[in-house]
Design a protein around this ligand. Structure first.
Ligand SMILES: [Zn+2]
Ligand SMILES: [Zn+2]
Length: 430
């Protein structure tokens, strides 16, 4: 590493210290420069990658002006690390895109703070309802501050070194960003008062889990509620990206699915409902687990701003509808298969996202309906029924299901085995 870079690194370290010192000052108000940054990001292009700008553009204009007031939250003043309701109340305080600018992709995102007792009470400011500590969170690398520091503390930095610096500035900036994030990761715990219980233990790892998704009846009744809210104005529903097929997700199952007492459902509304979306108000849908809202008008019309709505990707990074880690529920997944030597390989267990669990409920419901109709359905519609909740089956049942699945897979493979077909044609009596 060159001398110039080392010098620059030391300077960056000092700036970092200054930044985090001001961050740890209990109730530092947002600086004027910070609000001007916010004002400028508001006008970012429609396709800006930043999470907060993405959220900003989809918030209906009429709503943004009224979302500043932070209403008192009933449960946030108590230490309730196992209460899902209390956690969701805290998480919801971070929903206002004009108040909270930390991207959901960051390790210090809203879910991380809410899991440790914090609520959002002001612009990028969190507070604990138990110990009443406050903290201003600022991940911005203030470029002006860096330039200023270069001008005033230029020891050992000649022009040549400055050119070399430029090359490394990106690397160094991301290093600084990493250290800032690391410091805030620690402060999620240490910014609580010494005596605060949130300092000792945060929420359980499963706190974000959407409940009831392994119970087919519950999962489908919640699905119907969401679907009905969406389909009441089905003309508003834009085109939705088809859900990605996986060993657990056979596109045909959604086509065949009928909600209780209903005709063939509106496929786009159904895709949205499977992925956890429901209507918030006219032309706006929302998620009750990451509190993201989407304006449907952006996806409609002759030349829509966005061609198709992706019902999965539009959840925030940490949403259990999208994140298998947040949902923290295991299923048996993957295709069972037989090796050439005849050895049976069983599927393994895997954590899946919330929407996949709803898809499983649909698949099971289709199967039950077929069974009760007594009609023999085509093999294709049954190929992906192997995955079941590992909680609700005995080893014997699992083994039986496994064998059924293997048999079906062998059956379904037959028509596509062209060589075998040709051979059979050659030797009609074989
Ligand atoms: Zn506290
Ligand atoms: Zn969500």
């Amino acid at each position: 590493m060159s001398y110039a870079i080392e010098t620059k690194k030391r300077k960056f370290d000092r700036i970092l210290e200054a930044l985090t010192d001001s961050a740890s000052a209990a109730s530092a108000p947002p600086s004027p420069s910070h609000s001007s940054i916010n004002a400028s990001t508001t006008s970012l292009s429609l396709y800006a990658a930043s999470d907060s700008s993405k959220r900003r553009r989809i918030t209906p204009p009429s709503k943004t002006a009224t979302t500043h007031t932070s209403t008192p939250i009933a449960l946030s003043g108590h230490y309730l690390p196992s209460s899902r309701a209390a956690f969701l109340q805290r998480l919801e305080t971070f929903r206002h895109v004009t108040q909270w600018h930390i991207p959901s992709t960051d390790p210090v995102n809203a879910a991380a703070w809410a899991k440790r007792g914090w609520t959002c009470v002001d612009t990028d400011t969190v507070a604990c309802g138990v110990c009443k500590e406050r903290l201003y969170v600022d991940l911005n690398l203030d470029k002006e501050l860096l330039k200023l520091s270069e001008r005033h503390g230029g020891e050992g930095a000649d022009e040549e070194a400055a050119a070399a610096d430029e090359e490394d500035s990106f690397t160094i900036s991301s290093e600084i960003y990493g250290s800032i994030v690391k410091k805030y990761q620690d402060m999620i715990v240490t910014a609580h008062a010494e005596s605060c219980l949130w300092r000792k233990r945060g929420c359980d790892s499963s706190i974000q889990r959407i409940e009831g998704l392994l119970n087919t009846t519950l999962a489908l009744s919640a699905l119907k509620t969401r679907y009905d809210s969406l389909s009441s104005h089905s003309d508003e529903i834009p085109r939705i990206e088809p859900l990605p097929p996986t060993p657990l997700v056979d596109p045909q199952e959604l086509e065949q699915f009928r909600l209780s007492g209903q005709e063939k459902p509106h496929i786009d509304a159904l895709r949205l409902a499977v992925c956890g979306w429901q209507r918030k108000c006219e032309d706006v849908i929302e998620c009750h687990h990451c509190f993201r809202s989407l304006g449907l008008w952006l996806y409609r019309g002759e030349s829509p701003a966005i061609e198709k709505l992706d019902a999965i990707d539009n959840h925030l990074e940490y949403c259990p509808w999208r994140s298998a880690e947040a949902q923290d529920t295991e299923l048996q997944t993957g295709h069972a298969r037989t090796t050439t030597s005849g050895e049976e390989i069983l599927p393994k267990k895997e954590r899946v996202a919330g929407w996949v669990l709803v898809y499983q409920a649909i698949t099971k419901d289709n199967k039950q309906k077929k069974a009760s109709n007594g009609s023999r359905s085509t093999a294709t519609s049954e190929t992906v029924l192997g995955a079941t909740s590992s909680e609700s089956t005995t080893p014997e049942q699992r083994e039986k299901k496994m064998k059924d699945l293997l048999r079906r897979i062998k059956e379904i493979k037959k028509p596509f085995n062209v060589k075998a077909l040709l051979k059979r044609k050659d030797k009609p009596k074989a």
